[in-house]
Design a protein around this ligand. Sequence first.
Ligand code: UT7
Length: 328
Amino acid sequence: MTSGSILRSVVTGVGGYLPEKVVTNADLEKIVDTNDAWIVERTGIRRRHWAEEGQFTSDLAVEAAGKALAAAGRSAADVDLIIVATTTPDLTFPATAAIVQRKLGCPIGVAFDVQAVCSGFVYALSVADGFVARGMSKCALVIGAETMSRLMDWTDRGTCVLFGDGAGAVVLEPAAGQGTTADRGLLGFALRADGTKQDLLYVDGGPSSTGTVGKLRMQGNHVFKHAVINIAEAVEGAAAAAGVAVADVDWFIPHQANQRILAGVAHRLGVSEDKVVSTIAEHANTSAASIPLALAKAVEDGRVRPGQLLLMEAMGGGLTWGACVLRF
Ligand code: UT7
């Protein structure tokens, strides 16, 4: 590092993984009172992927992480920090991150989970930035991985059609920057939580309360009303923290909950929907996995290129929400 320069956490590799099993809206018509037209019109979702029996969140995470490491030109042996954002861990403990460490064959290092539901990936990036930009990690894996299908109540058509399974991962490595917005890496965050809104979106079980896993419960229309306002505010907060203008962002990589939320946020920010990466039709809502999955897709198809300014944002159970600015 030259004098006056700072360490930045730079994304050097991205990878996504979706389980093979595809479930269409027509497939769901056979198990719950719903129809393709309603799902497409109200959410934009056309299909989702489900993990097979015996395929766990850690398995999806390992696949995504392997692709991210390959893209970064790194191997499992290089990894010294693993953070998994998930609300569907394999077990109550150990952390899914520790299971991923074992399955990947990474050396002894740091491994833990972050639980902020759909905002988990943005939260996890901020935690990882705390390690990487302080020189405490040379090669970090930040993974969003979920098997949301395991939390569904198959009699509740208001929720069970919305979610899917998958994983996305990034490799973060330190690099010297000049402390300007031209630097590659994570440039700014805005993270929020409002625990008074728990009843709008939660799982009705847990180890210390019911002793069961529980099922996802949501007052969707109430969550919807908060989503657009909260996300837009967080986007502006992250842009301000990074010192960039929202108008300068090349690509918005949002959490994929509903196409109407993506459109509403874009409209509120005065941003063209052409700049918003949407995977909702194919992936549905994969909670903490949806942002890195969308990023992986946009990198793979050549839309997102090195040096571009990205804005990732999410809102979910908690309520939690947040946004972050990354120069890719
Ligand atoms: O990722 C975490 C954050 N989550 C979100 O951001 C989700 C936010 N919420 C939403 O995306 C939307 O509120 C939903 C997609 C969940 C629901 O859309 P909505 O336009 O708010 O519908 P609604 O819940 O107000 O329900 C409208 C109607 C109801 O029928 P009535 O009472 O008007 O006769 C529902 O029973 O749609 C009915 N409905 C369905 N119909 C067919 C609800 N779910 C279904 C379904 N198929 N799957």
